[in-house]
Write a protein that binds this ligand. Structure first.
Ligand code: IDP
Ligand code: MG
Length: 151
């Protein structure tokens, strides 16, 4: 089975709106494997680092403030093609452009309240996983369903 991993985060809006279970369910039912998860409230510095690529954007300061002011659910998911497929399952950055059936298409309206973060490449996934989790927090396990998800 693939060792590819992605970093997914349920943003404050997902937590406050009671959507944690609904969103996790989709990745679980797809067949991806949850290997790390924690509810956490991180510092502004941590979120600045997480969103460093957006540092030049007008919304950067507000985004960092929002994301560091409330708890989020940080997760690592593993599976074949999980980085790209998770992004497809999430929908577009702007919920208005997201198809029904995607997470952002089904559960949110505005770009600043788009409920979920997902790494956009394997490289950024590796960087983000290192930023959010210690190696000891990541659980290497084999689901009994594995032969029924992968041939
Ligand atoms: P992504 O989350 O789909 O990868 P990015 O372009 O990486 O999108 O932007 C990161 C986050 O910044 C978005 O998920 C959204 O919360 C926020 N964001 C992006 N563009 C805007 C904007 O135009 N206004 C407000 N917030 C934005
Ligand atoms: Mg992004």
């Amino acid at each position: 089975m693939s060792g590819e991993r992605t970093f997914l985060m349920l943003k404050p809006d997902a937590v406050q709106r009671g959507l944690i279970g609904e969103i996790i369910k989709r990745f679980e039912q797809k067949g991806f494997k949850l290997v790390a998860m924690k509810m956490t409230k991180e510092t502004e510095d941590h979120l600045k680092q997480h969103y460093i690529d957006l540092a030049g954007k007008g919304f950067y300061a507000g985004l960092v403030k929002y994301m560091s002011s409330h708890p989020v659910v940080a997760m690592v998911w593993q599976g074949k093609g999980v980085v790209k497929t998770a992004r497809k399952m999430m929908g577009e950055t702007n919920p208005a452009d997201s198809n029904p059936g995607t997470i952002r298409g089904d559960f949110c309206v505005e770009v600043g309240r788009n409920i979920i973060h997902g790494s956009d490449s394997v490289e950024s996934a590796n960087t983000e996983i290192k930023l959010w989790f210690k190696e000891s927090e990541i659980c290497d396990w084999t689901p009994s369903s594995e032969p029924y998800v992968y041939e």
